[in-house]
Design a protein around this ligand. Structure first.
Ligand code: APR
Length: 237
């Protein structure tokens, strides 16, 4: 499958909103897609009009998603805009908007820049929930809270901007080293929570998780499939 193409055959089968037995969670789930692709070049049929950039707090560009978005949008325009409109950058967990510049030709209207937390990598400190403790309950580390804030603040900003469909990369899971399964649960949990509190027709209508590889998409599919175990029970991540 080419990058940007939606692999519908491997999507987690989700309940259709409005079908018998539907509830708020099912309706929220029906507003989520997991796709494999470069976030700057997603299939047009996904209708994405807003993409999220896994930026740094200085908003000065970098590698990974940040590099790809700057290259595709036009680095000079994007850097100049952010310098002028966001001179203090984007503190970790917050979100700042910019136009999409050259990406408008691909139907993108907004780029939301958010700075995820750096996973500290500390383990076995003996302190539950200490930075970098991947055995801590989900939501119990500082990094969990900051990563959740990235999703929450991007969704709020998207709502203010009138975004229809928002594509998220796996924030913090590259250079910043956040464990991927943990990050996927935080992303899914907070997007679902947002949708449950804001039923259709509230905007954004849908969220697309743009995964850079099949293996990354599998992490999201597994997190969605096992949500009953980790989302409500406060079980160990
Ligand atoms: N499209 C979708 N996903 C991508 C793309 C892309 N074009 N490029 C990389 N990814 C994936 C990575 O595989 C990873 O899972 O995005 C995830 C996030 O990785 P990073 O881009 O490294 O983001 P992050 O971990 O949040 O680190 C941010 O990296 O370059 C810098 O300026 C950036 O300092 C900031 C830091």
């Amino acid at each position: 499958m080419s990058r940007g193409a939606r692999d519908a055959s491997q999507d987690v089968p989700l309940p259709v909103a409005g079908s018998p037995g539907t509830n708020a969670t099912d309706a929220a789930l029906s507003r989520i897609d997991v796709v494999v692709g470069d976030i700057t070049d997603l299939s047009a049929e996904l209708d994405v009009d807003t993409i999220v950039n896994a930026a740094n707090a200085q908003l000065v560009g970098g590698a990974g998603v940040d590099g790809a978005i700057h290259a595709a949008a036009g680095a000079d325009d994007l850097l100049a805009h952010n310098r002028q409109h966001h001179p203090d950058g984007c503190p970790t967990g917050l979100a700042k908007a910019s136009p999409a510049f050259a990406l408008e030709a691909r139907g993108i209207k907004h780029i939301l820049h958010t700075a995820g937390p750096v996973w500290s990598g500390q383990r076995d400190t003996g302190v539950p929930g200490a930075p970098g403790d991947d055995t801590a309950k989900l939501g119990y580390t500082l990094e969990d809270t900051l990563l959740a804030a990235c999703y929450t603040n991007c969704l709020k900003l998207a709502q203010q901007l009138g975004s229809g469909v928002v594509a998220f990369p796996a924030i913090s899971t590259g250079v910043y080293g956040f464990p991927k399964p943990r990050a996927a649960r935080i992303a899914i949990g907070h997007v679902l929570g947002h949708f449950q509190q804001r039923p259709a027709p509230e905007l954004p209508r849908r969220v697309v998780f743009a995964c850079f590889s099949d293996a990354d998409a599998d992490v999201y599919r597994e997190a969605l499939a096992s949500r009953g175990q980790w989302m409500f029970g406060r079980s160990r991540a």
